[in-house]
Design a protein around this ligand. Sequence first.
Ligand code: ADE
Length: 366
Amino acid sequence: MLAAPADVRARLLAWYRSHRRDLPWRAVRDPYAIWVSEIMLQQTRVETVIPYYERFLSRWPTVGDLAAADPDDVRAAWSGLGYYRRAKLMMDAAKAVVDEHAGRFPDDLEALLALPGFGRYTAGAVASIAFDAPAPAVDGNVARVLARLAGIRGDITRGSPQRAVWDLAETLAPGESPREHTQALIELGALVCGARRPKCLLCPVSDACVAHAEGLTAVVPEPRKKPARRSVELTALLWCTSGQVLLAKQGDDGLFAGLWTPPMLEGALTADEARREVARHRDWRANGAEDMGTMKHVLTHRDLHVRLVRLIGDLPAVSPPYRRAPLSALETLGLPSLAVKALRKGLRPEDLSELALPGRRTSRRS
Ligand code: ADE
């Protein structure tokens, strides 16, 4: 950094006060609401989050309400935001706040860090934004801003470059209005110091920025190596009769933790293979099976290639983790978008006459 920390901090704060976006979580101080916003904003764009945030808070206005909520309802409210483990961890943390802190969020960093799902970023964001504590909070955007300011080379997601970024965040944290300071760094990363084409002409601290001075904004931070993508082949079973469809609840640790999807088999099976497979393993007897084509579904680290097989005949009697769900009730189950796509593409119009599925496309990754 080419200027004194206090000077950089003051300029960031002044810039934030005149350029900040009016976002719903910026109008509140309630740590619960701020925490909900921060969890939703991880990996998800602001515009996507806003309606989810508003619906979530009107349904569960306090941490006590969330702690007492039905997990299926919370998962359904999360549907379309992706990264479903976040919803489960939120319920665990809400229960911990109720059980261990009498329903009030603790205001110190150590106690926040001890809550389920609270990493250094989330704890720092809640401590600073809700409690105005001088705690550093470094997410991907903030790390980029700080790495450029100080010209930190190397991979800032690990090792000494990561430590250097956090050290700088720590240096800048104390001072006037930590709650605005944290959001100033976030906002600069979102509006000016973007990953690809930073708008250095508009930046309040460009003259203090090492990467700008040395013409290195394209290589600082070091562009991330793309994680290797894996291709996964699956076969989804679409089985629907008399307005009811067969669904399976996915295990808590998988890709669609705790969500309802059509039953899925590993591998790309033909219609006949799929029919034989379910007869062998589940004793479900279909009168016929029909190949309905394939669909691709892109997740962060995986490309799913899903064969769609429509089973024909009366639905079998099933027990958990399977269920027969009325088509008219699918919306309330909060299906992930993979399931919605599979049902739309893998069933026939006559199956779907009673279908009420969300028509919206809300998320990049879900
Ligand atoms: N991303 C993470 N936290 C945020 C916040 N408080 N405002 C806008 N974007 C964010």
